[in-house]
Design a protein around this ligand. Structure first.
Ligand code: CTP
Length: 404
């Protein structure tokens, strides 16, 4: 089950060499349970075959204003009514001009005029064409209609030129689609999220850390952005890319994370501490690699600051303080431990997960099963879900706290 399951997406493909790339987008949408119908302009059919798109989408492809099979139907009206979102990708300069000026001289442009739902436009063209004032003016016009324009990437183009104009990556388009369907209930919020592990160096080649991959924290950042929040992510070392539209600050140690959290606090309304912070660090990090000796080695450690506890303390003394959301990953007595941390760290909500369970809920998994405990004594057992869906359940609970 995905957040896109059963959504009806109408994909409009126009005449751009990037047309072949959206063949993969169709597969990705279908993997998430979307129903995809494809409309292609005449120029698009020169770049990629309608047969390919029909096979990938599992639906007939529409190319003309009038249906030969069912002459009694009006395709542009029925197609405009039957989808939840119109995604135009790649969108050529010509199609963008058509959309801007309300032309209805092909099926795709006519559907766009007849649609009342969300329209996402992913431009792809030569960078000089993209930067031309005519194209930029047309993009400004379609933005003023409420169409969402997803900026193209910069880089080397098929024609050899370099600059902005490459079709955006699928992940950016996916986030924009999810945003179109998400409630905008965090639109007034400035969210600060910590994610991933911290690393505490012992010498230049060794460190203390934990297996956190940051997936839960990054999912929280992406979903908060989808729900309209301004998001800052403070991330320990992970292999992940920050979600589009999220400001990401990279740190390594707990002390660095603490400094960044405190520096960002003033402009924040919600703090979510999803990071797995190392509780200790080596007392005396060595400047050079420690050589092995005969005897056993003992490593003196000192305690790291408990960032969340410090925030909870400050919250006690302040009338206006961000909402505080903590995590507790426990291998036993998880509910008792979660409730204790909620109290001791003076939190509004704690997300408790039992890492002693199965592989589906451990470090690095794509799924999670959590229990939410809030300051009012409410408990919600969230079933096993993807981390993205779990993140939405956490934001639902946060939105209830804000309302309440
Ligand atoms: N946390 C923190 N700073 C630390 C340790 C933890 O901000 N030095 C935060 C985590 O980001 C998490 C919450 O506190 O949101 C609970 O972390 P956890 O490691 O489960 O608990 P600890 O307080 O470290 O207690 P213990 O290790 O004894 O379970």
């Amino acid at each position: 089950m995905s957040l896109l399951t059963d959504k009806k997406i109408l994909l409009g493909i126009t005449g751009s060499i990037a047309a072949y790339k959206v063949a993969d987008w169709v597969r990705a949408l279908r993997r998430e349970g979307c129903q995809v119908t494809v409309v292609m302009t005449e120029a698009a059919c020169r770049f990629i075959s309608p047969l390919t798109m029909a096979a990938l989408s599992g639906n007939p492809v529409h190319t003309g204003m009038f249906s030969a099979e069912a002459p009694e139907t009006i395709p542009h009206i029925s197609l405009a009514k039957e989808h939840d979102l119109l995604l135009i990708a790649p969108a050529s300069a010509q199609t963008i001009a058509r959309l801007a000026h309300g032309l209805a001289d092909n099926l795709l442009a006519t559907i766009a005029l007849a649609s009342s739902g969300p329209i996402l436009v992913c431009p792809a063209m030569n960078s000089v064409m993209f930067q031309h004032p005519a194209t930029q003016a047309n993009l400004a016009i379609i933005r003023s209609y409420g169409y969402q324009v997803i900026e193209p990437d910069c880089g080397k183009m098929a024609c050899g030129d370099e600059g902005p104009g490459r079709l955006t990556e699928w992940e950016n388009a996916r986030q924009a689609i999810l945003t179109a369907f998400a409630p905008q209930d965090l639109a007034d919020e400035q969210v600060l999220i910590t994610a991933g592990p911290t690393r505490e160096s012992f010498d230049p080649v060794r460190f203390l850390s934990n297996p956190s991959t940051g997936k839960m924290g990054y999912a929280l950042a992406a979903t908060a952005r989808q729900r309209g929040a301004t998001v800052t992510l403070i991330s320990g070392p992970t292999g992940l890319t920050a979600p589009p539209g999220v400001r990401c600050i990279h740190v390594t140690t707990a002390v660095e994370m603490q400094a960044q959290v405190m520096a960002c606090l003033e402009a924040t309304t919600i703090v979510v501490k999803a990071a797995a912070v190392s509780d200790y660090r080596p007392a005396e990090p060595q400047p050079h690699k420690v050589k092995k000796g005969e005897a056993a080695l003992s490593l003196p450690l000192v305690a790291n600051p408990d960032i969340l506890k410090e925030l909870g303390k400050r919250k006690r003394d302040s009338a206006k303080f961000p909402l505080l959301i903590g995590f507790a990953a426990e291998s036993r007595d998880h509910l008792t431990e979660g409730a204790r941390k909620l109290q001791e760290k003076n939190l509004d909500l704690i997300v408790v997960n039992d890492i002693g369970g199965t592989e589906e809920t451990g470090f690095g998994a794509d799924t999670n099963r959590v229990t939410l405990l809030d300051r009012n004594g409410a408990q919600e057992d969230v079933p096993l879900l993807s981390k993205e869906e779990t993140a939405h359940r956490i934001w639902d609970a946060v939105a209830r706290l804000i309302d309440g």
